[in-house]
Ligand binder design. Structure first.
Ligand code: FRU
Length: 487
């Protein structure tokens, strides 16, 4: 993989010509996605500013234009009428002022009347590379481009470490107050959330305190990208704890978890009811964010980065190195103290006519699967002789579906482990699997559990094998991302 100097990683774009050639070369990659949002060049990571505004879905992603490297981050903006067909809208936020001189880092959006307002972290660094994170805002302008406010809403506090970022703004109708949840780290390096409040969206912000989450006072070293939502009367807190290993997660130190409980804004306490759960059991799922302002109290719409910090992917080795993708948006509901996660129904529109289940796999497809009773195997992306591949094995005694990606030609991130398990409360009955050219998202039992992973099949790996009794329906999927060069 290319070695990057700091200057190369943190170079600012001066105009489209800087990356037009890189874009053209990136387009030749066999792993460009057909129906997932992906970087126009370089690297995409967290979803940002996800909101429904005046009938249009706005979404941005953390973007480093230059290659598969985490350097100077922009927000790149895409829009959609239906959460399925996405168009590139150009740079959302550029790191071009004092407060964000080393990156426009993650954040959220909210639609209020005529305004779509974005909140983000201005990642300022001085010459000694000392970081000062500012909480900044921008408003969508008439030309569909966000316009930044001149000054940050607030700076960091010195009673927490320099890790204070990823503002998630929420409106709490009960006390007619806006809140901002900030992912943070205490001075003794424990992950937490800092909370600010204001009666106005763009002024009057004051620090309310650190969110108490009883039982989670020492759970990882930093909580990135907090997101809170109420679904059918249940409060759901989602965050990405890092710098810790968690049971069943291999050697990875980056995770995405959720708690269901009760949020008391007066006492600034989130009281979990029950244990934490993994949002997704796969290798590559992080920094998930829900869409704001969807206007339905019984569900949330969530999207995540298919990828992890500190990990790299095979497309980083291509001539025009690039990596990353966003997940399919998914609907969240609460059922029996757990989240139920289902693909957004509109994705159905991408299905083409069913093809025979003859042992070959289209490069972009949906697999609808009825599982047999008892143990079974399903091996995706095998070679013509059935060897290798992404191997799923269901153990009906343990009620666990094991997924092993070590058999594929292109192996990556072996340091975090190549096998993980997805437990099912009541046995595995159905699988709905979305394969795009470099990703695979598995929804088990209509959303009881999910498993997301990157997968980079080589030309000989578009086959599958399945145990007797596994009933597959295969639907090729059509393209829904335009992937045009818009800056
Ligand atoms: C999560 C994260 C955020 C930060 C952003 C920078 O992946 O580290 O905490 O704002 O990425 O790109």
């Amino acid at each position: 993989m290319k070695e990057w100097t700091r200057d190369e990683r943190y170079r600012a774009l001066s105009g489209p010509e800087d990356i037009r050639d890189l874009y053209e070369r990136t387009q030749t990659s066999a792993y460009r996605q057909l129906y997932h949002v992906q970087p126009i060049t370089g690297l995409s990571s967290d979803p940002n500013g996800f909101a429904l505004h005046k009938g249009v879905w706005h979404l941005c992603y953390q973007w480093c234009p230059w290659g598969a490297v985490h350097g100077l981050k922009y927000w790149y903006h895409v829009t959609s009428p239906d959460l399925v067909h996405w168009q590139n809208a150009g740079i959302g936020l550029a790191p071009d002022c004092f407060y964000d001189n080393r990156g426009a880092h993650s954040g959220s959006g909210i639609s209020r009347g005529d305004d779509l307002v974005f909140f983000y972290t201005g990642n300022h660094r001085d010459e000694d590379w000392t970081r000062t994170p500012y909480t900044c805002a921008a408003k969508l302008g008439p030309d569909n481009r966000p316009v930044k406010l001149d000054k940050p809403l607030f700076g960091p506090r010195d009673d927490h470490s320099e890790h204070q970022r990823d503002p998630k703004v929420v409106w709490n109708a009960a006390d007619q107050t806006y809140y901002i949840f900030i992912g943070a780290q205490t001075l003794d390096k424990r992950g937490c959330v800092m909370v600010y409040r204001s009666k106005e969206l763009l002024s009057g912000w004051e620090y309310a305190g650190e969110l108490r989450v009883p039982g989670y006072e020492s759970f990882g070293g930093m909580w990135e990208c907090p997101y809170i939502v109420n679904i059918s009367g249940h409060d759901v807190l989602i965050f990405s704890p890092q710098y810790t290993k968690l049971p069943g997660r291999g050697e990875s130190t980056n995770h995405n978890v959720y708690l269901i409980g009760r949020m008391d804004y007066d006492a600034l306490t989130f009281t979990p009811q029950g244990d934490y759960h993994y949002l997704d059991y796969g290798f590559d799922f992080y920094a998930a964010q829900g869409a704001a302002s969807i206007g339905d109290p019984d569900k949330a719409i969530l999207i995540a980065w298919i990828g992890l910090p500190d990990n790299h992917y095979p497309t980083a080795e291509e001539d025009a190195d690039w990596e990353g993708s966003l997940s399919l948006p998914r609907e969240l509901r609460v059922k029996d103290g757990r989240l139920l996660q289902t693909p957004i129904p509109a994705v159905r529109a991408l299905r083409e006519a069913e093809v025979p289940a003859d042992g070959t796999l289209p490069a972009a497809c949906e697999l609808e699967i009825d599982c047999p009773d008892g143990d079974f195997d399903l091996n995706l992306f095998t070679r013509p002789d059935g060897s290798g591949g992404l191997r799923l094995h269901y153990d009906s005694t343990r009620r666990v579906c094991a997924v092993d990606r070590s058999g594929m030609d292109l192996r990556f991130n072996q340091q975090v482990g190549e096998a993980l398990e997805m437990p099912l409360e009541s046995g595995l009955r159905t699988l709905d699997i979305f394969i795009d050219r470099s990703s695979c998202e598995i929804f088990a039992n209509d959303g009881e559990a999910t498993f997301t992973t990157h997968a980079y099949p080589t030309a000989r790996e578009f086959h599958y094998t399945a145990s007797e009794g596994v009933k597959l329906h295969i639907f090729p999927m059509s393209r829904s991302v335009t992937d045009e060069f818009v800056l």
